[in-house]
Design a protein around this ligand. Structure first.
Ligand SMILES: Cc1ncc(COP(=O)(O)O)c(C=O)c1O
Length: 332
Protein backbone atom coordinates (compact mmCIF):
# COMPACT_ATOMS: atom_id res chain seq x y z
CA UNK A 1 0.00 0.00 0.00
CA UNK A 2 1.16 3.54 -0.71
CA UNK A 3 0.51 4.85 2.80
CA UNK A 4 2.28 6.47 5.74
CA UNK A 5 2.21 5.17 9.29
CA UNK A 6 2.04 8.62 10.89
CA UNK A 7 1.70 12.33 10.11
CA UNK A 8 5.29 12.87 11.15
CA UNK A 9 6.42 10.62 8.29
CA UNK A 10 5.04 13.23 5.87
CA UNK A 11 7.19 16.10 7.14
CA UNK A 12 9.57 17.54 4.53
CA UNK A 13 10.00 16.88 0.80
CA UNK A 14 7.92 19.97 0.04
CA UNK A 15 7.49 21.13 -3.57
CA UNK A 16 9.47 23.81 -5.37
CA UNK A 17 7.19 25.85 -7.63
CA UNK A 18 8.24 28.51 -10.13
CA UNK A 19 6.90 32.04 -9.60
CA UNK A 20 5.63 33.28 -12.93
CA UNK A 21 3.58 36.45 -13.01
CA UNK A 22 5.50 38.59 -10.54
CA UNK A 23 8.82 37.63 -12.15
CA UNK A 24 7.92 38.98 -15.59
CA UNK A 25 10.89 40.79 -17.11
CA UNK A 26 13.48 39.03 -14.93
CA UNK A 27 16.02 36.67 -16.52
CA UNK A 28 16.69 34.54 -13.45
CA UNK A 29 13.95 32.13 -12.44
CA UNK A 30 12.61 32.29 -8.88
CA UNK A 31 11.27 29.13 -7.28
CA UNK A 32 9.21 29.07 -4.09
CA UNK A 33 9.81 26.30 -1.54
CA UNK A 34 6.28 25.70 -0.28
CA UNK A 35 6.77 24.84 3.36
CA UNK A 36 3.08 25.15 4.15
CA UNK A 37 2.66 21.78 2.42
CA UNK A 38 4.06 20.16 5.58
CA UNK A 39 1.34 18.35 7.57
CA UNK A 40 1.23 20.99 10.34
CA UNK A 41 1.15 23.76 7.73
CA UNK A 42 4.59 25.32 8.13
CA UNK A 43 8.37 25.01 7.94
CA UNK A 44 8.38 24.50 11.70
CA UNK A 45 7.23 20.87 11.45
CA UNK A 46 10.80 20.04 10.51
CA UNK A 47 12.33 21.48 13.67
CA UNK A 48 9.53 20.20 15.91
CA UNK A 49 10.36 16.65 14.93
CA UNK A 50 14.11 17.15 15.14
CA UNK A 51 14.00 18.91 18.55
CA UNK A 52 11.68 16.29 20.10
CA UNK A 53 13.79 13.41 18.79
CA UNK A 54 16.97 15.03 20.16
CA UNK A 55 15.31 15.61 23.57
CA UNK A 56 14.12 12.01 23.71
CA UNK A 57 17.56 10.72 22.76
CA UNK A 58 19.14 12.87 25.47
CA UNK A 59 16.63 11.65 28.08
CA UNK A 60 15.23 15.18 28.57
CA UNK A 61 11.74 14.21 27.44
CA UNK A 62 10.22 10.99 28.76
CA UNK A 63 6.84 9.28 28.37
CA UNK A 64 4.08 11.36 29.92
CA UNK A 65 6.25 14.51 29.78
CA UNK A 66 5.21 18.07 28.90
CA UNK A 67 6.59 20.09 26.01
CA UNK A 68 6.87 23.83 26.78
CA UNK A 69 7.75 26.46 24.19
CA UNK A 70 7.43 30.10 23.26
CA UNK A 71 5.97 30.15 19.81
CA UNK A 72 4.17 32.59 17.59
CA UNK A 73 2.13 29.60 16.47
CA UNK A 74 3.79 27.50 13.84
CA UNK A 75 6.37 25.77 16.03
CA UNK A 76 3.54 25.07 18.45
CA UNK A 77 1.48 23.35 15.77
CA UNK A 78 4.47 21.21 14.78
CA UNK A 79 5.22 20.33 18.39
CA UNK A 80 1.55 19.62 19.15
CA UNK A 81 1.38 17.28 16.17
CA UNK A 82 4.48 15.38 17.27
CA UNK A 83 3.22 15.42 20.88
CA UNK A 84 -0.14 13.94 19.87
CA UNK A 85 1.65 11.09 18.12
CA UNK A 86 3.84 10.39 21.17
CA UNK A 87 1.44 11.20 24.03
CA UNK A 88 3.02 14.36 25.45
CA UNK A 89 1.19 17.36 26.92
CA UNK A 90 1.94 20.81 25.44
CA UNK A 91 1.97 24.28 27.00
CA UNK A 92 2.79 27.23 24.75
CA UNK A 93 3.37 30.91 25.49
CA UNK A 94 2.58 33.39 22.73
CA UNK A 95 3.11 37.11 22.27
CA UNK A 96 -0.10 39.14 21.99
CA UNK A 97 0.46 40.08 18.36
CA UNK A 98 0.08 36.45 17.24
CA UNK A 99 -2.91 36.13 14.96
CA UNK A 100 -6.17 34.81 16.39
CA UNK A 101 -6.07 31.98 13.85
CA UNK A 102 -2.77 30.69 15.21
CA UNK A 103 -4.03 30.70 18.80
CA UNK A 104 -7.23 28.90 17.78
CA UNK A 105 -5.30 26.28 15.82
CA UNK A 106 -3.00 25.53 18.76
CA UNK A 107 -5.99 25.06 21.05
CA UNK A 108 -7.63 22.84 18.44
CA UNK A 109 -4.52 20.64 18.46
CA UNK A 110 -5.06 20.19 22.20
CA UNK A 111 -2.32 22.51 23.44
CA UNK A 112 -2.66 24.81 26.44
CA UNK A 113 -1.99 28.39 25.37
CA UNK A 114 -0.78 31.27 27.55
CA UNK A 115 -0.99 34.65 25.79
CA UNK A 116 1.67 37.04 27.15
CA UNK A 117 2.33 40.76 26.68
CA UNK A 118 4.67 41.31 23.73
CA UNK A 119 5.78 44.81 24.69
CA UNK A 120 7.79 44.09 27.83
CA UNK A 121 11.58 43.68 28.15
CA UNK A 122 12.95 40.17 27.87
CA UNK A 123 13.81 40.21 31.58
CA UNK A 124 10.20 40.93 32.59
CA UNK A 125 8.60 37.93 34.33
CA UNK A 126 5.55 38.12 32.03
CA UNK A 127 7.62 38.08 28.82
CA UNK A 128 6.63 35.01 26.73
CA UNK A 129 10.09 33.48 27.04
CA UNK A 130 10.39 34.15 30.78
CA UNK A 131 6.91 32.69 31.25
CA UNK A 132 7.79 29.54 29.30
CA UNK A 133 11.02 29.11 31.25
CA UNK A 134 9.09 29.43 34.52
CA UNK A 135 6.45 26.90 33.46
CA UNK A 136 9.16 24.45 32.38
CA UNK A 137 10.96 24.89 35.73
CA UNK A 138 7.89 24.37 37.86
CA UNK A 139 6.20 21.54 35.94
CA UNK A 140 7.46 18.01 36.71
CA UNK A 141 8.57 16.16 33.57
CA UNK A 142 8.60 19.35 31.48
CA UNK A 143 11.08 20.09 28.72
CA UNK A 144 11.63 23.55 27.22
CA UNK A 145 12.12 23.18 23.47
CA UNK A 146 13.81 26.62 23.14
CA UNK A 147 13.88 26.84 19.35
CA UNK A 148 15.92 30.05 19.61
CA UNK A 149 18.89 28.27 21.14
CA UNK A 150 18.38 24.61 20.24
CA UNK A 151 21.01 23.19 17.84
CA UNK A 152 18.43 20.66 16.62
CA UNK A 153 16.65 23.62 14.96
CA UNK A 154 19.30 24.58 12.35
CA UNK A 155 20.36 20.91 12.19
CA UNK A 156 16.88 19.94 10.94
CA UNK A 157 17.33 22.26 7.96
CA UNK A 158 20.93 21.24 7.36
CA UNK A 159 19.76 17.64 7.14
CA UNK A 160 16.54 18.09 5.17
CA UNK A 161 15.67 21.48 3.63
CA UNK A 162 19.17 22.05 2.25
CA UNK A 163 19.64 18.60 0.66
CA UNK A 164 16.09 18.72 -0.76
CA UNK A 165 16.78 22.03 -2.50
CA UNK A 166 20.08 20.85 -3.94
CA UNK A 167 18.45 17.68 -5.27
CA UNK A 168 15.33 19.45 -6.57
CA UNK A 169 17.38 22.02 -8.51
CA UNK A 170 19.98 19.44 -9.61
CA UNK A 171 22.67 21.64 -8.11
CA UNK A 172 21.67 24.72 -10.16
CA UNK A 173 20.53 26.82 -7.19
CA UNK A 174 22.67 29.97 -6.90
CA UNK A 175 20.75 32.16 -4.40
CA UNK A 176 18.75 31.24 -1.29
CA UNK A 177 16.43 33.86 0.21
CA UNK A 178 14.63 33.41 3.54
CA UNK A 179 13.29 35.40 6.44
CA UNK A 180 15.15 35.22 9.73
CA UNK A 181 13.20 34.52 12.92
CA UNK A 182 15.10 32.10 15.12
CA UNK A 183 17.55 31.88 12.21
CA UNK A 184 17.22 28.10 12.01
CA UNK A 185 15.94 27.97 8.43
CA UNK A 186 18.53 30.25 6.88
CA UNK A 187 21.46 28.96 8.96
CA UNK A 188 20.82 25.25 8.46
CA UNK A 189 19.65 25.40 4.84
CA UNK A 190 22.17 28.06 3.83
CA UNK A 191 24.99 26.30 5.67
CA UNK A 192 24.34 23.04 3.82
CA UNK A 193 24.05 24.77 0.44
CA UNK A 194 27.32 26.64 0.96
CA UNK A 195 29.09 23.41 1.89
CA UNK A 196 27.74 21.38 -1.01
CA UNK A 197 28.44 24.15 -3.55
CA UNK A 198 31.95 24.90 -2.32
CA UNK A 199 30.78 28.32 -1.11
CA UNK A 200 29.18 29.39 -4.42
CA UNK A 201 25.56 29.69 -3.22
CA UNK A 202 24.70 33.15 -1.92
CA UNK A 203 22.44 33.30 1.12
CA UNK A 204 20.25 36.37 1.60
CA UNK A 205 18.24 37.14 4.72
CA UNK A 206 15.01 39.15 4.40
CA UNK A 207 14.31 41.40 7.35
CA UNK A 208 11.81 44.04 8.46
CA UNK A 209 13.51 47.44 8.38
CA UNK A 210 13.26 48.02 12.14
CA UNK A 211 14.73 44.62 13.04
CA UNK A 212 18.10 44.40 14.76
CA UNK A 213 19.36 41.69 12.37
CA UNK A 214 19.74 44.11 9.48
CA UNK A 215 21.02 46.95 11.63
CA UNK A 216 17.69 48.48 12.64
CA UNK A 217 16.91 49.91 16.09
CA UNK A 218 14.72 46.94 17.08
CA UNK A 219 11.62 49.10 17.43
CA UNK A 220 8.19 47.49 16.96
CA UNK A 221 7.12 46.20 13.56
CA UNK A 222 3.99 44.35 12.56
CA UNK A 223 5.15 41.36 10.54
CA UNK A 224 5.07 38.20 12.67
CA UNK A 225 7.74 35.57 13.23
CA UNK A 226 10.71 37.23 11.61
CA UNK A 227 13.27 39.84 12.55
CA UNK A 228 14.61 40.68 16.00
CA UNK A 229 12.68 43.12 18.16
CA UNK A 230 14.50 44.81 21.01
CA UNK A 231 12.46 46.39 23.77
CA UNK A 232 13.97 49.78 24.79
CA UNK A 233 14.33 48.62 28.40
CA UNK A 234 15.71 45.20 27.68
CA UNK A 235 19.17 44.41 29.03
CA UNK A 236 19.73 41.08 27.28
CA UNK A 237 20.15 41.86 23.60
CA UNK A 238 21.82 38.58 22.64
CA UNK A 239 20.98 37.01 19.29
CA UNK A 240 19.59 33.49 19.13
CA UNK A 241 22.16 30.71 18.91
CA UNK A 242 20.06 29.13 16.16
CA UNK A 243 21.11 32.03 13.91
CA UNK A 244 24.59 31.71 12.42
CA UNK A 245 25.27 35.15 10.90
CA UNK A 246 28.46 33.95 9.14
CA UNK A 247 26.27 31.83 6.81
CA UNK A 248 24.35 34.87 5.58
CA UNK A 249 25.87 37.15 2.95
CA UNK A 250 23.69 40.30 3.21
CA UNK A 251 20.59 40.73 5.35
CA UNK A 252 18.32 42.79 3.13
CA UNK A 253 15.94 45.32 4.73
CA UNK A 254 12.34 45.96 3.84
CA UNK A 255 9.95 48.59 4.95
CA UNK A 256 7.37 46.87 7.09
CA UNK A 257 4.61 48.84 5.45
CA UNK A 258 5.50 47.44 2.06
CA UNK A 259 6.27 43.88 3.08
CA UNK A 260 2.86 43.54 4.62
CA UNK A 261 1.32 44.31 1.28
CA UNK A 262 3.68 42.53 -1.10
CA UNK A 263 1.42 40.32 -3.18
CA UNK A 264 1.84 36.91 -1.64
CA UNK A 265 3.06 33.95 -3.70
CA UNK A 266 3.13 31.46 -5.20
CA UNK A 267 0.95 30.75 -8.24
CA UNK A 268 -2.05 32.48 -9.82
CA UNK A 269 -4.30 29.57 -8.97
CA UNK A 270 -3.50 29.88 -5.31
CA UNK A 271 -3.11 33.63 -4.94
CA UNK A 272 -3.53 34.53 -1.33
CA UNK A 273 -1.20 31.94 0.13
CA UNK A 274 1.89 32.96 2.03
CA UNK A 275 1.89 35.23 5.05
CA UNK A 276 3.77 38.45 5.70
CA UNK A 277 7.01 36.59 6.34
CA UNK A 278 6.64 35.04 2.90
CA UNK A 279 5.91 38.48 1.45
CA UNK A 280 9.16 39.80 2.92
CA UNK A 281 11.13 36.89 1.46
CA UNK A 282 9.52 37.24 -1.98
CA UNK A 283 10.21 40.99 -1.98
CA UNK A 284 13.86 40.19 -1.22
CA UNK A 285 13.92 37.47 -3.90
CA UNK A 286 12.64 39.91 -6.52
CA UNK A 287 15.26 42.48 -5.55
CA UNK A 288 18.03 39.87 -5.73
CA UNK A 289 16.85 38.41 -9.04
CA UNK A 290 16.77 41.85 -10.68
CA UNK A 291 20.56 41.79 -10.81
CA UNK A 292 20.91 38.20 -12.06
CA UNK A 293 21.02 36.37 -15.37
CA UNK A 294 19.51 33.23 -16.92
CA UNK A 295 22.15 30.94 -15.43
CA UNK A 296 21.16 31.94 -11.92
CA UNK A 297 18.40 30.26 -9.95
CA UNK A 298 16.81 31.86 -6.91
CA UNK A 299 14.92 29.93 -4.23
CA UNK A 300 12.64 31.73 -1.79
CA UNK A 301 11.40 29.92 1.30
CA UNK A 302 7.64 30.30 1.91
CA UNK A 303 7.40 29.42 5.62
CA UNK A 304 3.65 29.17 6.04
CA UNK A 305 0.28 29.83 4.48
CA UNK A 306 -1.64 33.05 4.25
CA UNK A 307 -4.55 31.23 5.89
CA UNK A 308 -2.77 31.95 9.18
CA UNK A 309 -3.31 35.64 8.57
CA UNK A 310 -6.85 36.01 7.25
CA UNK A 311 -7.60 38.45 10.07
CA UNK A 312 -4.48 40.48 9.31
CA UNK A 313 -2.69 40.85 5.96
CA UNK A 314 -5.68 39.51 4.08
CA UNK A 315 -8.26 41.62 5.87
CA UNK A 316 -8.78 44.90 4.05
CA UNK A 317 -10.11 46.65 7.17
CA UNK A 318 -7.02 45.59 9.15
CA UNK A 319 -4.73 46.78 6.36
CA UNK A 320 -6.51 50.14 6.12
CA UNK A 321 -6.30 50.62 9.86
CA UNK A 322 -2.64 49.63 10.06
CA UNK A 323 -1.17 51.29 7.03
CA UNK A 324 -3.94 53.14 5.27
CA UNK A 325 -3.61 50.97 2.17
CA UNK A 326 -5.62 48.39 0.30
CA UNK A 327 -4.07 45.06 -0.59
CA UNK A 328 -2.76 45.39 -4.13
CA UNK A 329 -4.31 43.27 -6.84
CA UNK A 330 -2.36 40.57 -8.63
CA UNK A 331 -0.84 37.22 -7.89
CA UNK A 332 2.40 35.43 -8.49
C1 LIG B 1 5.81 32.44 9.76
C2 LIG B 1 7.28 32.37 9.83
N1 LIG B 1 7.88 31.61 10.74
C3 LIG B 1 9.24 31.55 10.83
C4 LIG B 1 10.04 32.24 9.98
C5 LIG B 1 11.54 32.22 10.15
O1 LIG B 1 12.04 30.97 10.38
P1 LIG B 1 13.23 30.72 11.37
O2 LIG B 1 12.69 30.78 12.76
O3 LIG B 1 13.72 29.36 11.01
O4 LIG B 1 14.28 31.77 11.16
C6 LIG B 1 9.45 32.98 9.01
C7 LIG B 1 10.28 33.62 7.99
O5 LIG B 1 9.85 34.16 7.01
C8 LIG B 1 8.04 33.10 8.98
O6 LIG B 1 7.43 33.93 8.11
Amino acid sequence: MDVYESLVDVVGNTPLVRLNRITAGLSAPIYAKLEYVNPGGSVKDRIALSMVRAAEDAGLLRPGGTIVETTSGNTGVGLAMVAAQRGYRCVFTLPEKSSAEKVAVLRAYGAEVVVCPGDVPREHPDHPRATAARIARTTPGAWLADQYNNPANPRAHHGSTGPELWRQTEGRLTHLVAGVGTGGTISGTGGYLKEVSGGRVRVIGADPEASVYSGGPGTAYAVESIGLFRHPETVDDSWPESFHPRVVDPVDRFNDRRTRTTPPPPAPAVRGVGGAGAGTAVAAGLRVAAGLGPDDLVVVVIPDSGRNYLSKVFDDAWLREQIGEERPAGGA
